[in-house]
Design a protein around this ligand. Structure first.
Ligand SMILES: [Fe+2]
Length: 216
C-alpha cells in the first residue's frame, strides 16, 4: 500500500467483516492469589476423572459460576464480556453466563476443533500454563478463503488458515462462540489448567429474534 501510494492520489485499506478475539490480562497482584486459590479447587473437582480418562482433557461440571470459589473470576469474566458487548455496540438489556467449567490438560493432550453453539460469546481464562506457546488455536471461519492458498513470503493473519494465540497465566480470551478453535498438543511437562465460559444475551427471543426490518 505504501509503494502504491506514490501512484495514486489516495489509497485506503478497508478491513471488512473482521473476526475479533479480545485479550484481557489481569494484573499480577490480582491473578496470582486468585490462581493459587482456585487451582487446588479445580484439581479436587477432577480428581476422580484422572484414572479413567488417561491422555484426555479432564473437565469439571458446567456450573462453576454458581460456586463461591469462582465468584471473583466470574466477576472479571462478566466485566470483560460487558466490554466486548460495548465494543460491538450491541443494544441489549442483560446477558447471562450459561456455562462455566474448568479444563485440566496433562502433557501430550489436545482438544479437537469445535464451537460453542447457542451462545453469543465464549471465553477461556488461564490458571496454570506450563508453556504458553501451546496456545489456543483459532481456525479460519471463511471456508471459501482457502480455495486458493498461494505461497506467501510470511504467514500472517491476512493469509493464514489458523492463528495460534499465546496464552499465559491471568489471561482471559474472549471470542465469538461460532469461531472454531482447538488446543494443540501440550508439549510441556505439567498440567495446563483453564476455565471456560459461555455468555448469552438474556431474553433473546423477546428482544432479538423478530425481524429487524419494517414494511410499515
Ligand atoms: Fe472451546
Amino acid at each position: 500500500m505504501a509503494q502504491q501510494g506514490q501512484a495514486f492520489a489516495n489509497t485506503q485499506l478497508l478491513q471488512l467483516f473482521p473476526t475479533c478475539v479480545w485479550l484481557h490480562d489481569l494484573k499480577p497482584e490480582d491473578y496470582e492469589p486468585l490462581n493459587r486459590r482456585i487451582a487446588p479447587v479445580i484439581r479436587d473437582l477432577v480428581s476422580d476423572k484422572k484414572p479413567s480418562l488417561a491422555g484426555l482433557t479432564w473437565q469439571t461440571h458446567h456450573d462453576l459460576h454458581h460456586e463461591e470459589a469462582f465468584a471473583e473470576l466470574t466477576t472479571y469474566a462478566r466485566t470483560a464480556a460487558r466490554g466486548v458487548l460495548e465494543h460491538l455496540q450491541v443494544d441489549y438489556s442483560d446477558f447471562q453466563i450459561t456455562g462455566c467449567w474448568a479444563n485440566v490438560n496433562p502433557q501430550q493432550t489436545q482438544h479437537r476443533a469445535h464451537t460453542h453453539p447457542n451462545n453469543f460469546l465464549s471465553g477461556v481464562y488461564y490458571v496454570e500454563v506450563p508453556d504458553g506457546r501451546d496456545g489456543l488455536v483459532f481456525h479460519e471461519p471463511r471456508a471459501q478463503a482457502l480455495v486458493i492458498s498461494p505461497k506467501v513470503k510470511k504467514l500472517s493473519a491476512l493469509t493464514g488458515s489458523e492463528a495460534n494465540i499465546e496464552v499465559r497465566e491471568g489471561r482471559l480470551v474472549l471470542f465469538p462462540s461460532w469461531l472454531q478453535h482447538s488446543v494443540a498438543t501440550t508439549r510441556a511437562e505439567g498440567e495446563r489448567i483453564s476455565v471456560s465460559f459461555n455468555f448469552m444475551l438474556s431474553d433473546y427471543t423477546e428482544e432479538f429474534s423478530a425481524p429487524r426490518w419494517s414494511n410499515r
